[in-house]
Design a protein around this ligand. Structure first.
Ligand code: PEP
Ligand code: MG
Length: 781
């Protein structure tokens, strides 16, 4: 009972600390609030936080509840003295029930510390380096219990990130204040010496420090000067002079032809520099440029004397409007393609668009949005980072940045207004922070982060070619989740041992019509060749829900996630399914394919799939075409129905792959894309964890492999838990592979099994989260 209370207390403290972070305004206030909270909740007489000075030798009291308030900021000690110093030196816990008797005890009269007997000190470790200490003390002599130590260690972990972030923000604020002060003084000086009216101009030339935020879409840091892509001039073109209708008609048709040629050129360039799949978007552009409906719409406006320029603007506006109102985020982003087409035609009409700047040196690109033609025109090697005002994870900027491994932040309000060619910028693609003309302090901090990041990248790179084997010799397979051909390079760079999930809908999405059997065959063959001799697990089309194809209208459904999606579409539209199966079978003659079906809910579907497969095999055999006769067939376990009948389904297939993204959504009845219910969408819910365990046990008992391919596995602590549950094959987004590999290599099976056993015995997601937070700190993850 007491333990439960304590656990509940620990959880409440964590929740409260999270609330504190949101509500505190600066580092001092945050730390003051934390010490108050911890002392009160754990019931100790003292809680103090000491932070390590820049010299790495001196600890300074930063906040306290229980010691004399006036000693805050004044008391310092070398790490070679006092119990707190010992915590730093040892980078570990120091606990005693009689502090004054401890050989390292040091008496500070200002704190009136002699009244406290028991002492528990915990280091605040950032990437393994101490940045301070949190200490709790009581008057009575008492031994701190394991649960208290564990709660404090979790708190220490949280405080560390608060301190690091708060320090960064504090230095920005100080820098801004300092800048304002200097500006005021400058102003004073100027108003003495300079004639009135000049001050404003002078101030305009000053480079301001600013901090903006956006959505991080491609991780990493970069620092550099800016190149602005500003297409706004084209927006003002509606005032162009209108010539006679037949002349405007002719001008438009000429421009259309020119735009077509440019588009073909761009497609070629992107295919060469990125991949054919990335270039396929220009195919769609060509289709629109040749679309009779589109051309007729423009012509209509021209007939009404709008002039060619305005007519194009009006016609495109119609499409942009229609796209931007679509529910599907992918299609919404396609309004950017219409905008791109508009710009291309108009620039061909009168050359009014500013060309994309030619980068002479490496720069951070700042734009309202990056459109496909920018992607085609820019020199990728010269892009240091990307900052855009518009866009989300589906935007071209995001896709391009990820493909190229360039740090990028999108949705940064005010980026164009606040950034100029002379500005220096830090782009933090991992957290979404943008620092404009940062202070020396922030630059220093980022230089350190960047150095850490590159050291870490180097360490991880060294891991690329070593196997993921635990300390006691258990082999784990780490494969990649891929979608586009450009993912192959990223997966290879991260040491993926084949593909555990190839989401085949992406190549369908970037096309303008269903691909043919031969197009699919050559696409799948290229993927296979990229990973040979490792296997590629191809998942058949998983459309519906949040994934739609521009050329395949889905019926309106009140509840698309519960509706006509995935294998249900394939089994009803056999024509589409058969073409895909044939493409896959043909490719199977060129490498190791494993074939996987999504969203299976009953054995009847597997029978139906097998029947169709046999017919397709028969057709290929009749044509005399070779394919793998022993192709392994598996299903994704994503539905509670599949979990419940796993023992039946496993008899019919060669492997299972657990798709936790959907399994969580369907188990918890919580839409994976709806922030309103995100707190229900929780991988740590016992309902989810026991489902996973059940599926793993069923497959293992049947002697068949089971892998996991949902996002959940990308977090190293979750990988420990899942390994402990018996999973030996993980399919991850490629950049997560090295970190998970590092974790696996430092792991023993016994340790992981203990984590899994203890987690599965917990009854709430909160308890699982707290346990894993603690385990994360214990395992140094
Ligand atoms: C899943 O559902 O966990 C999964 C991997 O598939 P997707 O995210 O493509 O639905
Ligand atoms: Mg899924």
């Amino acid at each position: 009972m007491a333990d439960e209370r304590l656990e509940a207390t620990g959880l409440r403290i964590l929740e409260d600390i999270s609330a504190l972070i949101l509500h505190s305004h600066d580092l001092q206030e945050t730390l003051d609030n934390i010490v108050q909270l911890v002392a009160k909740r754990i019931g100790t007489d003292v809680c103090s936080i000491y932070l390590l000075e820049q010299d790495g030798e001196t600890l300074r009291l930063a906040a306290t509840r229980g010691l004399s308030k006036s000693s805050v900021g004044r008391i310092t000690m070398k790490i070679s003295e006092g119990l707190s110093g010992l915590v730093v030196q040892q980078k570990g816990i120091v606990a005693t029930d009689n502090a004054p008797l401890h050989p390292r005890y040091k008496y500070f009269p200002e704190t009136k510390e002699e009244r406290f007997n028991s002492f528990l000190g915990m280091p605040l470790l950032h990437r393994g380096n101490p940045i301070g200490v949190i200490v709790i003390q009581t008057r009575e002599q008492r031994t701190f219990r394991q649960e208290e130590v564990s709660t404090l260690s979790t708190i220490a972990y949280q405080i560390t990130s608060i301190v690091i972030n708060a320090k960064l923000l504090d230095s920005i604020r100080r820098n801004e204040e300092e800048r304002d002060r200097l500006e005021r003084e400058l102003e004073k000086l100027k108003s003495i010496g300079a004639p009135p009216g000049k001050t404003r101009k002078a101030r305009g030339k000053e480079r301001r420090s600013l901090h903006l935020m956006g959505t991080p879409v491609s991780s990493g840091f970069s620092v550099g000067k800016v190149a602005v892509i500003d297409h706004s001039v084209a927006d003002g073109m509606e005032v162009a002079t209108v010539r006679p209708t037949n002349e405007e008609r002719h001008r438009f048709l000429m421009a259309l032809e020119k735009a077509r040629i440019e588009t073909i050129y761009m497609e070629k360039r992107v295919a060469e520099t990125l991949s054919k799949e990335d270039a396929a978007i220009f195919h769609t552009h060509l289709m629109i440029l040749e679309d009779r409906g589109f051309i007729a719409r423009v012509m209509d406006f021209i007939e009404q004397d709008y002039g060619a320029v305005r007519s194009v603007n009006e016609a495109v506006a119609h499409y942009v409007n229609a796209f931007s109102q679509m529910e599907d985020p992918y299609l919404r982003e396609r309004s950017a393609d219409m905008e791109d087409i508009r710009r291309r035609i108009i620039s061909c009409l009168d050359g009014s668009c500013k060309p994309v700047p030619k980068l002479r040196e490496r720069r951070i690109i700042v734009a309202r949005e990056i459109l496909p033609s920018d992607m085609a025109t820019l020199d990728h090697d010269k892009i240091l980072g990307i900052v855009t005002e518009k866009g989300d994870v589906n935007s071209h900027a995001a896709i391009m940045a990820k493909s190229l491994g360039i740090p990028a932040v999108v949705g940064v309000g005010g980026a164009l207004q606040n950034l100029g060619l002379k500005d220096e910028v830090i782009v933090d693609g991992s957290s979404g922070h943008i620092y404009i003309n940062p202070s020396a302090k922030i630059k220093e901090e980022y230089a350190r982060l960047e150095a850490d990041f590159s050291v870490r990248m180097r360490e991880l790179e060294e891991l690329r070619d070593v196997p993921a084997v635990t300390l006691d010799g258990e082999q784990v397979w780490l494969r990649a989740n891929i979608g586009l051909l450009s993912d192959i390079r990223i997966a290879q760079a991260n040491g993926a041992e084949g593909v555990g999930l190839y989401r085949t809908e992406f190549p369908y999405m970037t096309r303008s019509a269903f691909p043919s059997r031969d197009a699919l065959f050559s696409l799948y063959r290229r993927v296979l060749e990229g990973f040979s001799p490792n296997p590629v697990t191809i998942r058949t089309l998983d459309i519906g829900g949040d994934k739609t194809l521009p050329y395949f209208p889905m019926p309106h459904e009140d509840n698309p996630f519960m509706g006509w999606r995935s294998i249900r579409v394939s089994l009803e539209r056999e024509d589409i399914f058969r073409v895909q199966l044939a493409g896959i079978l043909l490719a199977s003659a060129h490498g190791k394919i494993k074939l996987m079906f999504p969203m299976v809910s009953s054995i009847g579907e597997i029978w139906q799939i097998k029947k169709i497969m046999n017919e397709v095999r028969g057709e290929l055999t009749r044509e005399g075409l070779p394919f793998d006769q022993n192709l392994e067939l598996g299903i994704m376990v994503e539905l509670p129905a599949a979990v419940q009948t796993a023992h039946i389904l496993i008899r019919e297939v060669d492997f299972f792959s657990i798709g936790t993204n959907d399994l969580i959504q369907y188990t918890m009845a919580a839409d994976r894309n709806n922030p309103k219910v995100s707190r229900y969408y929780d991988p740590y819910q016992p309902a989810v964890l026991h489902s996973i365990k059940r599926v793993v046990d069923t497959a293992t008992a049947a002697g068949k492999p089971v892998s996991i391919c949902g996002e959940m596995a990308a977090d190293p602590i979750n990988a420990v838990l899942l390994f402990g549950m018996g999973i030996r094959e993980f399919s991850l987004s490629a950049p997560s592979i090295p970190v998970v590999k590092q974790t696996i290599r430092a792991l023993s099976s016994t340790m992981a099994e203990e984590v899994a056993r203890e987690v599965l015995a917990l009854e709430s997601s909160g308890a699982v989260r707290a346990y894993l937070l603690d385990a994360r700190a214990r395992l140094g993850l």
